[in-house]
Design a protein around this ligand. Structure first.
Ligand SMILES: [Zn+2]
Length: 395
C-alpha cells in the first residue's frame, strides 16, 4: 500500500456521499464569493486534520506551496474563513456528518458489535474576558462575581462499537441547560440517523431525569444512565439491597476482576413512567489494587441484555470523555476560538467532530485492510505532515 497522505485522505473522505454532496451544496450564505465554499471547507478540514487550531495557521497553509495538495490556486486570508463560517448553513453540515456515520454502518463498520450505542455528554469550550456572542455564559468565582465568559456544548458520539465517532453537537447559552440541550441533540441525532440506527443511549447522572428518559424511550432508544445522589431514594434502596447479598456474577474485564449485582424490580420515582427500574452495581478491582464502583439504571430487561452487557454499555460512556472531549481539546484545539461568532464557533466544532470521525474511519478501517496494523494517531499525523512537505519539494 502507498504511504498514507493528505491527498489520499481527501479522496477517502470524498467516498462519503454526505461529505461529497455537502461540498457541492454547503449552504453558503455569502453573496458573490470570490473563493468557493468548497475550497474553504477543504482547507478547514485539512488544517484541523493536521491539528492546526487557528484560521491564521490555515491562511499560512494556503499561502504556502503546499496548497497544491488541496487543489488550491489562489491565496486567501483568515478573514475569508471568518466571513464564510459566519454564513454557512449549519443544518447541511450536521446532516453531512450524520450521513458519514450512516454510510459507515452500511459499509459494515459496526458489524462486529451486538449493540450500537450513542453517548451524550457536555463540556466547556473557549473562554473570553468579555461577552462576545449569544452562546457566551458567565463564569463566576466563589463570591458569584463574573470573572469571564465561556461556552458550553453537548456532543453526541457513536460508542460501544470499537469506533468512537462523534457527529453532532448542540450549544447551550445563558438560561439554557445541559439537560435541555441534550434532549434537543438526541432528538435531532435520531431524526438524522433514523430510528433503528442505535440500540441504546448512555449518559451520566445529570441526564437521569424522567423527561430525558421518556424522550429517549419515545425515540425508540433504551437508556443506560449513571445512578447518583440526584436520585436519593433509588440510590439508597439499591445500596441497601445489594449490601446484604453476594454478587450475582463475577467476570474478567481486560485484566481486572469485576463483581456485579443486578436487580430489575426497583420502584420508579414519581415522575418516571417505567413500570420498574433495573439497577446494576459493579465493583471493578484493578490490577494495581484500586477499586472502581458505580451504580447504573436502565430500562433494558435482564432477558434483553445480561449484567456483563450492561457493564460494557456503561463503560462505553467513557468514550465520549476520552475519545471525544479529551482528544478534541488536547489534540484538535476545541478550546481555541478561531473567530468569535456564534455560527463560526459551531461550524468549527462540527468540522472538528467530522475530522475525528473521518480520521478514525480512515486509520482504523481503511488503512487497516489486510495485514496492515492500525497506525497510532501520531504516526498517521506524521505521515500526513510529511506528505505535504514531499509534495512541496517535488513541485
Ligand atoms: Zn461567545
Amino acid at each position: 500500500m502507498r504511504r498514507p497522505s493528505v491527498r489520499q485522505f481527501l479522496r477517502y473522505a470524498a467516498r462519503y456521499r454526505g461529505w461529497r454532496s455537502y461540498l457541492r451544496f454547503p449552504g453558503d450564505g455569502r453573496i458573490c464569493p470570490q473563493i468557493g465554499a468548497e475550497i474553504l471547507l477543504r482547507v478547514l478540514l485539512v488544517s484541523r486534520l493536521l491539528r492546526e487550531v487557528s484560521f491564521l495557521a490555515a491562511e499560512e497553509l494556503v499561502r504556502s506551496p503546499a496548497r497544491i495538495v488541496l487543489g488550491i490556486r489562489r491565496c486567501f486570508g483568515d478573514d475569508t474563513l471568518s466571513y464564510c463560517t459566519e454564513r454557512l448553513d449549519l443544518t447541511r453540515l450536521r446532516m453531512a456528518a450524520t450521513e458519514v456515520i450512516r454510510q459507515a454502518k452500511r459499509n459494515k463498520a459496526f458489524d462486529g458489535s451486538r449493540w450500537i450505542g450513542v453517548a451524550i455528554d457536555g463540556t466547556g469550550a473557549g473562554r473570553s474576558r468579555k461577552k462576545k456572542c449569544c452562546w457566551c455564559r458567565p463564569i463566576r468565582d466563589s463570591e458569584k462575581l463574573i470573572v469571564g465568559y465561556g461556552h458550553k456544548l453537548v456532543m453526541v458520539s457513536v460508542v460501544g462499537t470499537g469506533l468512537s465517532l462523534p457527529f453532532d453537537l448542540e450549544p447551550y447559552g445563558p438560561g439554557d441547560s445541559e439537560y435541555a440541550a441534550g434532549q434537543r441533540l438526541l432528538r435531532r441525532a435520531v431524526e438524522h440517523l433514523g430510528r433503528r440506527f442505535a440500540d441504546y443511549v448512555v449518559v451520566d447522572g445529570e441526564f437521569a431525569t424522567a423527561p430525558f428518559l421518556h424522550a429517549a424511550g419515545d425515540l425508540g432508544l433504551r437508556t443506560i444512565a449513571r445512578l447518583k445522589g440526584n436520585l436519593p431514594e433509588l440510590s439508597s434502596a439499591a445500596e441497601r439491597r445489594f449490601a446484604s447479598r453476594p454478587p450475582d456474577r463475577r467476570f474478567r474485564y481486560e485484566s481486572d476482576r469485576v463483581e456485579i449485582w443486578d436487580a430489575d424490580d426497583f420502584d420508579p420515582w414519581t415522575e418516571l413512567r417505567w413500570e420498574t427500574v433495573r439497577v446494576v452495581y459493579y465493583r471493578q478491582h484493578k490490577t494495581d489494587g484500586s477499586l472502581v464502583e458505580a451504580y447504573w439504571l436502565t430500562d433494558l430487561s435482564q432477558k434483553q441484555a445480561g449484567s456483563e452487557a450492561i457493564f460494557r454499555m456503561a463503560k462505553s460512556r467513557w468514550e465520549i470523555e476520552n475519545q471525544g472531549f479529551n482528544e478534541a481539546k488536547n489534540r484538535y484545539g476545541l478550546e481555541h476560538v478561531c473567530h468569535h461568532h456564534p455560527n463560526s464557533l459551531l461550524v468549527n466544532w462540527l468540522i472538528m467532530a467530522l475530522v475525528l470521525t473521518l480520521e478514525r474511519l480512515f486509520r482504523i478501517r481503511y488503512l487497516h485492510r489486510g495485514s496492515h496494523p492500525i497506525l497510532e494517531p501520531i504516526a498517521l499525523l506524521r505521515l500526513f505532515r510529511l506528505s505535504m512537505a514531499t509534495f512541496v519539494d517535488s513541485s
